[in-house]
Every structure is written in structure tokens, then in C-alpha cells.
Design a protein around this ligand. Sequence first.
Ligand SMILES: [Zn+2]
Length: 78
Amino acid sequence: MHSLNDLVESFHLYAECERCQRSVQLDIEKLIVRLGGDFPITGVRDRLRCTSCNIRSQDVRIVFVGPPGKRVIFQYRR
Ligand SMILES: [Zn+2]
């Protein structure tokens, strides 16, 4: 299982609403300040709520961007 600390260097996190397709990039560093670096990514999904639908229908998309200075483009869903 991934925690926020595992992702902060080389990944971007997006919340995507399954109903309205709204996509918002999450600020991992702010999440760490608020939730702690050991907080699991699966727990982040449980906390998300779409601000336009106001329902918990959000999926979390994790995008690998590579370490700073060595960005790549690769993404997958979980
Ligand atoms: Zn929505």
C-alpha cells in the first residue's frame, strides 16, 4: 500500500468524479501537512467529495511524473 510519503517526490495525484468527470489535482504536500506522511492513498479517496455533485463519487488517479529534473509521462489507475 502506498502512503503520501511514497508519492510526494515522483507522482501527481488527481481526484476525478465518476459522475461529472471533474478532475482536480491534489496538493500532496498539503495533504501530508494535514494527514501525515504515513496516511494511505486509499484513505485519501475516502475523504474526497466532488464539489459540484456534492457526493462521494471521486476516484483517485495517480500519475507518475518521475523525480524532479527527470520527468516522464506514465499513468495508471488504481
Ligand atoms: Zn462530480
